[in-house]
Design a binder for this molecule. Structure first.
Ligand code: SF4
Length: 372
């Protein structure tokens, strides 16, 4: 398949790994921001192709993983109310809240439905005006345009039985928080190509300068990731800290301007809580006053609900690259995909799920097979 096969080419991947090995003279720690990149790295064993000096840290770019416990609890509180149809992408259904998940709420009779677009949920609201239809709007900058469009259309067509539960987070403030932490280990970033397809990459320029870190906008296939790592290592070895674009087949510097305009029309930037990390200033979206009537937190009176995170789950440290999933005492024992303690074990982009799915917990050393 064009644009896929050539980016999974084994010979190209091995040549890139050899090029990285040739130029690496020191240990470097590089974080891939996106959970989709993490899954590619673990699935294809990219980390094991690299020189032993290169350490890949798994970042916070899994929207399901960083949705705070209290948002899951709010979703559950709304979903079980009579007359509500609660719509979500499928990956949120098994994320554990304080007492159960949306899947178990559905099993007990709540009308929880999987949809493939917020516009499907809006259509459902128009087709069933006697019911309240709520969409769980979770995601980074990638999913925000579609959610903004759903609210914009609901407002334009006065669909008053539609609302969204907003859990939108933004990448640049998360990078700032990671680099500002006293226990930070990250020296370079692979930024998420799909986020930059929407937002462009101007927002990363001041971060590269302020923290003196290279940031390479990178795609998701093995050749993309290895090329992104090569570009990052070249900068680190040469003492440069620039923003580069490996994913030029999708990303333009300015991003998708119409999508950005729609998002800023519907959303405003606010502080957001990140699961296991805490509140990060200016790190998420909330609906603007013009669209406040479509805010499910207000409509169902759950805005004031707060709860503390599970202390056993160390997902916050995993999402900041401080620890690997295998370093969690619960990994593969108390916490499995069948009985997860944290969202990173059930999300299709979660680092713990990737390590479990690709059986990293059965290997004696993640460094086995690395080049020296
Ligand atoms: S293995 Fe489970 S408990 Fe440990 S960090 Fe991952 S999700 Fe949390």
């Amino acid at each position: 398949m064009k644009f896929v096969d050539e980016y999974r080419d084994q010979a190209k991947a091995e040549a890139l790994a050899q090029a990285i090995a040739r130029i690496t003279t020191k240990p470097w720690s590089i974080m891939e921001v996106c959970g989709g990149q993490t899954h590619s790295i673990v699935k294809y064993g990219i980390d094991e192709l690299l020189p032993k000096h290169i350490s890949l840290l798994h970042g916070p770019g899994c929207p399901v993983c960083v949705t705070p416990l209290e948002l899951i609890d709010k979703a559950l509180q709304i979903a079980v109310q009579p007359n509500v149809i609660f719509c979500s992408f499928g990956d949120m259904l098994r994320v554990p809240g304080s007492a159960g998940d949306l899947f178990s709420a559905k099993a007990k009779g709540a009308d929880v439905r999987i949809v493939y677009s917020p516009l499907d949920a809006l259509k459902l609201a128009r087709d069933t005006p006697e019911r309240q239809v709520v969409f769980f709007a979770v995601g980074f900058e990638t999913t925000a345009p579609a959610n903004a469009m759903a609210v914009f259309q609901a407002h334009a067509h006065q669909v008053s039985n539609f609302s969204i539960l907003v859990s939108h987070v933004l990448v640049p403030p998360a990078i700032t928080a990671i680099l500002s932490a006293p226990d930070n280990r990250t020296q370079g970033f692979l930024a998420a190509g799909h986020v930059c397809t929407v937002m462009g990459f101007d927002a990363y320029l001041p971060l590269a300068k302020r923290f003196h870190v290279p940031i390479v906008v990178t795609g998701f296939e093995p050749v993309d990731i290895l090329q992104g790592i090569l570009m990052c290592v070249e900068q680190l070895e040469q003492g440069r800290a620039e923003v580069q674009n490996q994913y030029a087949r999708s990303v333009q510097r300015e991003g998708n301007r119409p999508a950005q305009q729609l998002m800023s029309q519907v959303f405003r930037v606010v502080a957001r809580k990140w699961r296991g990390v805490g509140e990060i200033p200016n790190s998420g979206y909330s609906l603007r006053d013009t669209f406040a009537a479509y805010d499910a937190e207000t409509r169902f009176d759950v805005a004031g609900y707060h709860v503390n995170e599970d202390s056993e789950c160390i997902a916050g440290q995993v999402l900041r690259g401080v620890k690997k999933p295998k370093e969690c005492p619960a990994f593969g024992a108390r916490c499995t995909p069948d009985r997860p303690l944290g969202a990173t074990m059930v999300s299709s982009e979660g680092a713990c799920a990737a390590y479990y799915q690709y059986r990293r917990h059965e290997q004696t050393s993640g460094a086995a097979g690395k080049r020296s």
